[in-house]
Design a protein around this ligand. Structure first.
Ligand code: SF4
Length: 380
């Protein structure tokens, strides 16, 4: 007969204190996952979700240099790109024809601060700033029949005020709250926008502005288990203050050749499972816990067993440009795995029902499109 420690039994029923959170992280992964599954099943039932999306990598210019990143470029580098208005428009229309619901705009951090050439390009298209361009792109997405979600790295309060009326949600991975990871020799040393205080501040301001928000952890970049727990607890605290965190992504570092961390060890499946389970056990029940299946194609069952309730955005149109060698799994395969585990796989909007139902979180002008797409998804 197996023995469940009392703190785990408590955690399987609801969130626990910060002190107990750290004690939980010392328990074995199998037991953590068992408790996390119980919490997930109680809060989210037997449905696992994904968002049918098109991924638009607006630009890969970025002023940061994270040691693990294969996405970023500087002007003139091979493979540098910035999507033109025509490209954005054509991708959006193709995505809509193929049944996408979400337009995910993603880009490097604050490119106009770093690069004169990029500023000139934006001006040639009639935009002074990236945020102006992103606002235009989101309006196009809405016109094409999609719901925009933007993850543009660090945004100021005024930037978020400008994007709020044309996005159903915004996102920024908190990644980790440890300042240590920004020290010399650590992966964020050359990434000024990865300072935890900046990222916490933006997440807080999004809460003050009542913007449904995606946060997340990146694991395997040199952080300790304690620092992972600290990061989850900071997200929890911000959510308790503002109720704006819709989902938390647990993303595992993958080593890309030709990056400074190209030969670094990737986190083990056990570490990924334990972190997913801790996220489920420590976060409040209304926060969705997600892990990307394309980074773990052989581990989808494991992610389900660790307590996820969501697979994030899955695209029939565009590859995942941040991790291009890890293509999205076909939906049929994902559905088969979910069926075998006793779960229904269902498409969802890029904003969660808790925010659709709560007053003040969605701009009134977005409602008709939200309602139309919700009806469309319900009929699939
Ligand atoms: S991970 Fe993001 S912020 Fe870091 S270098 Fe790559 S694009 Fe820039």
């Amino acid at each position: 007969m197996s023995f469940t420690p009392p703190i785990l039994e408590r955690a399987s029923l609801g969130p626990v204190s910060d002190r107990i959170a750290h004690q939980l992280s010392l328990l074995d992964t199998f037991a953590l996952c068992e408790a996390a599954r119980a919490r997930r099943d109680r809060a989210w039932g037997n449905t696992l979700t994904y968002s049918p999306k098109v991924f638009l990598p607006v630009t890969n210019l970025c002023r940061n240099r994270c040691d693990y990143c294969s996405f970023r470029r500087s002007p003139g580098d091979p493979g540098e790109w910035t999507m033109s208005p025509e490209q954005i428009r054509s991708w959006l229309h193709r995505a809509r024809q193929q049944g996408c619901v979400e337009a995910l705009f993603c880009l490097g951090d604050t490119p106009e601060i770093g690069f004169r050439e990029y500023r000139a390009l934006l001006r040639s298209w009639g935009h002074e700033t990236t945020v102006e361009y992103l606002r235009w792109a989101a309006e196009e997405a809405l016109r094409a029949g999609l719901l925009p979600h933007t993850n543009a790295g660090i945004l100021g309060r005024d930037d978020m005020i400008a994007l709020r009326p044309v996005n159903v949600s915004l996102g920024l991975m908190l990644e980790n709250v440890s300042e240590r990871l920004c020290k010399k020799g650590m992966p964020h040393h050359r990434a000024p926008d990865k300072r935890p205080a900046k990222r916490v501040q933006m997440t807080r301001e999004a809460g003050e502005l009542q913007i449904p928000f995606t946060s997340g952890l990146l694991i395997g970049i040199g952080e300790t288990v304690e620092e992972r727990v600290d990061t989850i607890l900071v997200i929890r605290e911000l959510h308790r203050e503002y109720a704006h965190i819709g989902e938390v992504i647990v993303q595992n570092f993958r080593a890309h050749p030709a990056t400074p961390m190209g030969l670094a060890a990737e986190p083990t499946p056990d570490a990924l499972s334990a972190t997913v389970a801790l996220a489920r056990l420590l976060l409040d029940d209304d926060v969705s816990v997600q892990a990307p299946p394309n980074l773990n194609p052989a581990s989808i069952e494991m992610l389900i067993d660790a307590g996820i309730n969501d697979f994030g955005g899955i695209s029939p149109v565009s590859p995942d440009y941040i991790n291009p060698q890890h293509p999205w799994p076909y939906l049929d395969r994902l559905r088969q795995v979910c069926d075998a585990k006793g779960f229904r796989l269902e498409p969802r909007l890029p904003v969660y029902p808790s925010h659709l139902d709560a007053p003040g979180f969605i701009d009134a002008s977005l409602r008709p499109r939200v309602d139309q797409l919700q009806t469309e998804l319900s009929a699939r």
